[in-house]
Every structure is written in C-alpha cells, then in structure tokens.
Design a protein around this ligand. Structure first.
Ligand code: GRF
Length: 199
C-alpha cells in the first residue's frame, strides 16, 4: 500500500510519519510505505528530507496554473502516478476542490491544529488563546468537501498555559501532532481501511 504525503513547507508532520513508518515497521506489518512526498511549493523544505531518504519528492507549483481546477488536476495526476492507498495532507496549505476531494474520498486525511469542530480555518492558536481556552490541540480527520469538517479519526490535547503566546502554543501542539498523525495512520492501516479487497 502506497502512502503519498502532500506538504507546503517544512513538512515536520511528514518527517514524523516517514520516521514512524520505519520505526514501527509499517512495510512488514501492513505492506505500507511512504511512496512519495509532493509539495505545492518547489522551495518546500520537506522535499529535501524526502529526497535524502530515497523517497520520490516532487513539486507541483500552484503558481504554474491559471485556475484552482487546473492545479488540482495536475496534482491528482502526480498523486495517481504512485497508485496511493492513502493520501495524507501534512501542513498542506491549499484548499482542494470538490473534484479532488471526491477522487480520494475515504482515503484522504488531514491534520488540523485545533480541537475540531472548534476553530476551523487559520490562526487557530491565537483564536484559542483569545477565547480563553484552557486546552488546545490537534485533530486528524477525513477530508470532505466542507473545509475542516470531516469525520474525526483522533485528537490530541495540550494545556493552554497562562501567558502563552500563539507561537508557544503552536510549538506545544506541533509536538503532539507528530505523535497523533502517525498513530492515526497506523490505526487506519491496521483496520485495513486501505484494502481494496476488504470483504
Ligand atoms: C503547522 O502549523 C501544523 O500545525 C499544521 O501545518 C503547519 C506546518 O506543519 N498541521 P509541517 O511542519 O509543515 O508539517
């Protein structure tokens, strides 16, 4: 089973998943491996990490396309070249069209840095602090056509501490994201959700 990971920047979540796949022996246990990392920005730092690990690392620049639909079609073509059982959005900062989302329905995951359904969208840590939240965290969910609203696979929580800045909270949440995403994907693989021949 091939996993394709989409990134936009540093790809720390992608890196954590690649490391988990090795350390938790996903290949032997689930026949699963990270087949490719694809970024919508050629300068994404995560591409080098993938390349250095011998993982296909490609860029499909959204700037090269006149419409969102054209970009998504090119992205889907790049993704499909790796015959993915699972497509993982990891710090992927693009809103995908319904055509793209429907193409991968049921095998398209995202991680969002808030406890959904609270704080969909951007700037989640500042909003949680301003709302006076005592806890914050991250959510792994199925991607659906409604942004940040798909079925939840798992969540991780962290405390919001007095005097927390958005940056400090973001760092605390990001550490948990790295553990949460790998655990959620491993459970997805274990449940055989990626098996086309599951009876
Ligand atoms: C971070 O803000 C993280 O909370 C969110 O995507 C951003 C970049 O993550 N999921 P990454 O380091 O590129 O994985």
């Amino acid at each position: 089973k091939h996993i394709v990971i989409l990134i936009s920047g540093e790809g720390s979540n992608m890196a954590a998943i690649v490391r988990a796949a090795e350390q938790q022996r996903w290949a032997e246990r689930f026949g699963a491996s990270v087949a490719a990392v694809i970024a919508n920005k050629p300068e994404a730092g995560g591409l080098r990490f993938a390349r250095d690990r011998g993982i296909a690392a490609e860029a499909v620049s959204h700037k090269a396309f006149a419409t969102r639909e054209a970009f998504d079609a090119a992205l889907a073509a790049a993704v499909d070249a790796h015959s993915p059982a699972l497509v993982v959005l990891a710090g992927f900062m693009r809103i995908l069209t319904p055509v793209f989302v429907r193409r991968y329905a049921g095998r398209l995951l995202n991680i969002h840095p808030s406890l959904l359904p609270a704080f969909p969208g951007l700037d989640t840590h500042r909003r949680a602090i301003e709302a006076g939240c005592r806890v914050a965290g991250a959510t792994v969910h199925q991607v659906t056509v409604e942004l940040d609203h798909g079925p939840i696979l798992d969540q991780a929580i962290v405390p919001v501490l007095p005097g927390d800045t958005a940056e400090g909270l973001a760092a605390r949440v990001l550490t948990q994201e790295h553990l949460l995403y790998s655990r959620a994907i491993e459970r997805w693989l274990h449940e055989g959700a990626g098996d086309t021949d599951s009876s």
